[in-house]
Design a protein around this ligand. Structure first.
Ligand SMILES: [Zn+2]
Length: 336
């Protein structure tokens, strides 16, 4: 078996990895994004040979190139959670084999077990056993947030591909981020505008605001769930109050002119950014120029210290951190 990083190693956005096994080539995620190469380095040959695609979660940087993969001739099964399929908008052309947390599937000679990754609704990490090798793929991973996580602990693997989004970055631990964000919201007495993705941080920020006693106007739609499976605490029905004191914007990239107009016309509300801001983006411009604007980190991935602790808590022969432009692996493929 040969490991090939087709995207998302030494870079971020176009996450796509290949376990190139003779019997059953397996793709791991198929994302879109990143400043340099938005598409993974997929070829017709790879698309036709791959028998399985494991999808960790429904964020665009993990699923956005699936249409391209299908165009190139992929005829394999897509293994993911039913919730991920739903939050991805139930794409009609995905030939899915659903896997639930703690379930093991034996398919095409591979043995695949899924666990909850704690990053957003439906997010999974995988144990893959194939041709006598064991591989762990974390997907985007957060142990300690609002989403339930089955920790990666006590695992033995020939290769572990671990979420390195915060590798080499100064990121506070989750508890500290929540404390700082709470102080910023309280200072503004709940009069805040917060951009947040519809699946992931959105649900967490909504929970934080309502716990602090503030009503929330959700501009856009937050994905939610009736199931207890994916969340640590039941959040209950998500209610959007048009007169809410706080505003959550799901158009976090400010693609619609109305979103920009809303934050520009309402300078009484403190605009708080909680995620990464892409250089040159509208969001970055607003963060730099709009008065009454703050930035406060809200963790969606494990920190550098947590990555180190995770690696120490397992027996991995080799570790590859993906989703970071700060790593500098000399080779993007190697035999296992
Ligand atoms: Zn993600």
């Amino acid at each position: 078996m040969v490991f090939r990083a087709l995207g998302g190693v030494n870079e971020r956005g176009n996450h796509c990895l290949l376990l190139d096994d003779e019997r059953c080539p397996i793709l791991l995620d198929c994302g879109l994004g990143g400043p340099k190469n938005p598409y993974p380095r997929l070829t017709e040959d790879i698309a036709r040979r791959a028998k399985l695609l494991l999808v960790s979660h429904s964020h665009l940087d993990h699923i956005g190139s699936i249409p391209k993969l299908l165009e190139l001739g992929f005829k394999g099964r897509i293994i993911t959670s039913e919730t991920t399929y739903k939050t991805a908008g139930k794409p009609a052309d995905w030939d899915c084999l659903f896997i639930a947390p703690s379930q093991t599937l034996e398919v095409e000679g591979a043995r695949i077990t899924a666990h909850r990754a704690g990053h957003c609704l439906g997010s999974l990490w995988f144990e893959i056993e194939l041709s006598g090798k064991r591989v762990i793929f974390s997907g985007d991973y957060l142990d300690g947030g609002a989403y339930a996580c089955d920790p990666i602990r006590g695992q033995r693997a020939d290769l572990a591909i671990i979420d390195g989004s915060y590798y080499g970055k100064q990121v506070p631990p989750m508890a500290e981020s929540v404390q700082r964000l709470t102080a910023l919201i309280r200072e503004a007495d709940g009069r805040v505008i917060m951009p947040a993705p519809k699946n992931g941080r959105g649900l967490c920020l909504h929970a934080l605001l309502t716990t602090l006693g503030y009503s929330v106007n959700i501009v856009g739609k937050i994905q939610t769930t009736d199931s207890d499976l994916w969340l640590k605490d039941r959040i209950g029905t998500i209610v959007s109050d048009p007169d809410g004191r706080a505003i959550l914007l799901t158009d976090k990239d400010f693609t619609a002119s109305e979103t920009v107009a809303l934050v520009e016309s309402d300078s009484q509300r403190r605009l708080i950014f909680t995620g990464n801001l892409d250089p040159g983006s509208v969001a970055e411009h607003l963060a730099l120029t709009r008065p009454n604007t703050a930035r406060c980190f809200y963790n969606a991935h494990i920190t550098q210290e947590e990555i180190d602790a995770l690696v120490a808590a397992n027996d991995f022969a080799r570790v590859i951190l993906f989703s970071s432009a700060k790593t500098d692996y000399p080779s993007l493929e190697f035999p296992l």
